[in-house]
Structure formats: structure tokens, C-alpha cells
Write a protein that binds this ligand. Sequence first.
Ligand code: NAD
Length: 500
Amino acid sequence: MTAKRDLALSAIATFGPHPLGHYIGGAPVAGTGASFDITEPGTGGLLGQATDASESELNAAVAAARDAFPAWSATPPEERRKILNKVADLIVARADEIAAVECLDAGQCWRFMSKAAIRGAENFRFFADRAPAAADGQALPTGDHLNVTTRKAIGPVAVITPWNTPFMLSTWKIAPALAAGCTVVHKPAEWSPYSARLLVEIAHEAGLPAGVFNAVNGLGETTGKRLTEHPDIKAVAFVGESSTGSAIMKQGADTLKRVHFELGGKNAVVVFEDADLDAALDAALFMIYSLNGQRCTSSSRLLVQRSVYPEFIARAAARVKKLKVGDPFDPATEVGPLIHPRHFGKVKSYMDIATGEGARIAAGGAPVAGTAGYFFQPTLFAEAEQSMRIAQEEIFGPVLTAIPFDDEADAIAKANDVQYGLAGYLWTRDLARALRVSEALDVGMVWVNSENVRHLPTPFGGTKASGIGRDGGDWSFDFYMETKNIALARGTHKVPRMGL
Ligand code: NAD
């Protein structure tokens, strides 16, 4: 454990000069703006500081992306493929270091982060290999014309990411943007900025030309805002809270930004009485308590059919009490700390809200005693109702709200009764019901008899307040590229004549 933490500390020690600045035009740039603290969730200690990009630093990053765009978008896609595959190789080679940095400043657990780093590499490899076909379009013939569509990169784009699984999420956005031929200015979350620096350094080590991928640090309301307002930025790929998505849409309105939003969720796992209840329990617990409950696709609402509800909840509570909470670097740890004291306060506040609303705390419900880190006991709220705030609001911690339902119609009504629509999980052995309920759930993604298992060619994204647009497969290229239609006349049609 100490060795992994030392690995992370020595990785961030190389990010001089301190405080952490930016990476612009292929080189580190010291920040001159106000600095802010970066804390270690596992210890509550100060790890260092980063700087909020000044206006001129932000403008320099956008100018670097703008200047690099013509050459990068004209680079043969086979060449882009080679470089991006090299990025993937280097991520794999440094996966332990990346995972350790995620444990250090995001407080995520080693057991999940070692896989997340590899997932980051897979994201790069997947989109690298698709680069040669990214511009492909369709042939849409009519009697008089042959219409041919083609795609080209939209221009410099902003990628703005949150703190929950910072490295993996950044690669999910940055890899398709670069494969499409776009240049990038990335702003990572201010609470966990270190792995973003690793990524931009790795990309340059792999041979990415200077200016193609730039990273700026800073706060959302200053650096993030300026980036989304900048006229040279053509599109904003954003992952974060729904309210921030709404702010970004307003900020980008004057310059008519194209936006892609992956936002919050309050996802239901719906367990029918005929389900494989053992597997359903495993999956429900995994989807809410892994990643410290700080997961957009978490199963934060557990809807269980009333006939099996009491036993299912009793079994869940017993398992939740046994979850191993502790040092994120310890491979045995299942639940680590929350990211920041402010987020810790938010999660804690829902304990009083739950009891005030009449729910029962069946497990957890309090901070973990005797630690300076931001550890909160994995918590299960039982006997909740769909109208309660604990069933409506995204808590984004290791907190599960269990609600009974009567029949299929009741399950669908309760599952859909939230402002969000990211993911749904459904457990039943009845195939026809699985199909009916999947179609009725107002969400972007449904998993039947499964936890969230990603397949990169499939679409990822949400409905309602959970987002706009889809990532994955060709959907990613649709966002980062403009489609053009070219109509070629066969010379058979009559051109209308005027002014004769
Ligand atoms: P957040 O919205 O507070 O911050 C996300 C990023 O936006 C940060 O980099 C922040 O600095 C920046 N930002 C904040 N205000 C801004 C502004 N006005 N203009 C431009 N940028 C601004 O989100 P968070 O608290 O970091 O992350 C947690 C949220 O992310 C949760 O709601 C979670 O569900 C969501 N999330 C969604 C997905 C998904 O795929 N749908 C994935 C992961 C996380």
C-alpha cells in the first residue's frame, strides 16, 4: 500500500513547476493565476496546489489548438491511428502509476482503478482503429443525382470532465476527438487534476504533435466558463452535473456551440419476484457501492417487488454492513473515501433528510469514526417512497434507497418518476416482461439481468436531465465531425429557367 502511494507521490512530484499549471502547445506552462488546494481524500492532507488559468493562458491553449487543427485534421488517418495506438500502449505500460494517482487524488479504490486505467487504453485503441473510417459517409442516389455524404473534423473542441473516475472518463472523450481529427483543450476537475497531466504527457511521448492536445487547470466558473464561451472552440464535450450542463449551454449560446452532455443520474435497478435474486443482489450492491458510490450509472434506487422485498432488503443490509471500507490503496478495500469535505457534507446531509422523510436506515448512516479522511459508511435506506428526496435527488455517494413496488405497471411508473434518465437495470426471468419493461423505461441504456457491462461500439448516454447525445462507436464521430452532402447531377434533370 505504501509502495503504491509512493508511486503516486513520485508521479505527481514530476509535474513541476509547482503549483500545477497547464500543458499548452506541447510543453508544461507555469500557471500565473490564483492557486487552489488539492487534498487527498484518504487522509484529508494537502497534496499540492494547482492554478486557475488566467485569461491569457486560456487563450494561449485555445490558440494552440486552433493553429494545430489544419495539420492534424489533414494528417492521414492511418498516421493518427498509429499515434493513438501508441498512446494506448504507453497507458498500459504506466497503468499502475495512473491507477495509483487516481487512488491518491480521487480516493478511488485500487481494485477498480487498475482496471479503469486499462479501460482508458482500450478507449484509445478502439477509436484509433476506427480513425481510417471516420470520414466515411453514405451514397444516397436519386434518379437525377448521386448524393454522397462525407464527414470532416469540426475543429478545436473543449473537453470538460468531473472528478469521479477522471482518467477513464477523459479518454472516453479525448480519444474519439483526436481520432476524428479534432484538436482538444481539456479542463479536468479541480478536485482531481493529476491524472489529466499524466494523460497529456503520455500523449506527447507517443508522438502527438504539439498543440493537438492541450490541458488547462482551473475552476469551473472561471476557466471552464471562458473555455465554453471562446469563439474558436467549436464544440463542448462535457461530463458532470445536470445544472452545470445547463450553465454551459447558456455560456455557449452566443457562439452557437455544439454540445454533448453526459450528466447526472438516479438510476433504478428493478427486481421482480421471479428473478435470480442472488445475482440481482450482487449486481445491485456492486453498481452502487463500487467507485465509492460516485458513479453516474450507479444503481442508486433499488426497486424490489413487494412479495420478496423484506427478505431481499434484509440480505442487502447484512452485506452492506460487511463492505470493507478503508485505504483506497489497499487491494482488499471495497469502498474508499468521498472526494472532498464539501461532497462529504452533502452526502451526510441526506441522513437527516431520510429519517425526516420517514425512511429507515437499514445499514450505515454515519461517517466512519477515527479517520481524517472523508470516509462515510455505506448506507442503505429502506421503506422509502418514490416521492422522497432520497429517491429523487442524485446523492452521488455509497447510499442506496430501497423502494417496494407492486406490479409491472407500478415498477415502470416508479422507475420513470425522476428528472433523470441515464440507465436502468432490470432483473426478471420472464423474457416478454423484460422486453416490455425495457421499452417502457425512459432512459438511454438498459441492462437486463446484468450490471453495467460496457461494449465500446454501443451507444452510451442519457435522456431527460441525464444528457444530450450519445458516445461510443460511430456516435462519437457524429459529434466531433461535420457531415457534408455532395449532390452530383447526372445531367438528366432540367434546371429551372427564370428571367427569360
Ligand atoms: P460538476 O458539474 O460540478 O463539474 C464537472 C466539470 O465541470 C469540472 O471540471 C468543473 O470544473 C466544470 N465546471 C463547473 N462549472 C462550470 C461552468 N460554469 N462552465 C464550465 N465548466 C464548469 O460535476 P462533478 O461534481 O465534478 O461530477 C459529478 C457529476 O458528474 C455527477 O452529477 C455525475 O452523475 C456526473 N457524471 C456523469 C457521467 C455520465 O456519463 N453521465 C459520468 C460521470 C459523472
